[in-house]
Design a protein around this ligand. Sequence first.
Ligand code: PBG
Length: 321
Amino acid sequence: MKYPEVRMRRLRKSKNIEDLVAETTVTSSDLILPLFFDENISVDRPVSSMPGVVNHPLSGYEQVGNAIEESGVKSVMVFGTPKRKDICGTQASAPDGVSQRAIQGLKDNSHLVVIADLCMCEYTDHGHCGIVRNGVVDNDKTLLQYGKIAVSQAEAGADIIAPSGMMDGQVSAIRMALDDANFSDVSIMAYSAKYCSSFYGPFRDAVDSSFKGSRSTYQMQCGNSREAMREIALDIDEGADIIMVKPALPYMDIIREARNRFDNPIAAYQVSGEYAMIQAAAANGWIDGNRAMMESLVSIKRAGADMIITYFAENAARVLR
Ligand code: PBG
C-alpha cells in the first residue's frame, strides 16, 4: 500500500495522537546534573562560558540539593576545584578534599544519587589526567592513584564512581580497590568511549584548568568507531556497571552502535561545548533555547542512551513538569 491509501499525516493530526505514537521520551529520572564545587570561593561563582552554570562553595548543600530535587532531577555528578594543585594531584584523594566534602555534604542533606567524577586533571598543576613521567602520562602509576581516589570518594558516600581519565585498566583497578575496602556495592560508570574533543573547552574554564597541551595520548581520535567498541567491551569485561559515550551530539552513531552491541546501561555526556553552543545561539535569538534543549535530549535518547549527563538537567526537568 502507498499513497493515497497510506497517509502518514493521520498520526500527526493532534498533539495527543502524536504522544500516543511517540517512540522516545525523556523523563527527569534520565537526567544527571553535573555540579561544580570550588574550595576557593565562599559564594556562587558563575561560569562565564556556560550561562546558567555556577561553581558552588563548600556550603549550602541543603539549598543546592533541595532546588535540584524540587526540579525532579534525582542524580548529580560532582566535580571539584581544590585550593592547591600540585604535580601529583594529591588533593584528589584527600579525605577532606573538595570532592569528598561536596559528596558528603550532598549525601547528608538530600536523597540525590551522587556520582563522583574521578580524575586528576582538576588537581594537577600541569592539568593532565594522571601522573606525568618524562613528559608522558604514566598509565600504571596513575592507576594506583585512581584506586585511592575511588576509595576516598566511596568513604565520602558516593553511590557511583565515574573514572574519566581514559587510562587502560582503570575500571578493574578501581573495582579491585573498592572491593578491597569493602565497597563492593559502589557502582562504576565508566567513561568508556571518551573522545579528544574541542567541545570540552568551557568545562576547563569551569574547573579553572591550567591545561595547555593535548590529551590525545589517552583520549580517542574523533574518526574512530570500532576502537570505541573495543574500549567499551574492555570496560564491561573489567566490571563497569554503566558505560558512557562522550561527547553526545557529535557522536550519536557511537551511542547507537554501542546500544546495538551491548546490554549495559548507556550514559551519554552532553558536554560543556554542546551546552554553550545552544545557550549562545539562544541568547542571540537565533534558536529557541528550550526547544533546542529538549530536541537535543530526545535525540540523544533516540540514539540509544538510557541516561544523559547534561548541564540542562534542572531546566529540562522543569520544562517536563
Ligand atoms: C576530565 C573531564 C573532562 C570533562 C569531564 N571530565 C574534561 C577533559 O577531559 O578535558 C568534560 C566535561 C564537559 O566538557 O562538560 N576529568
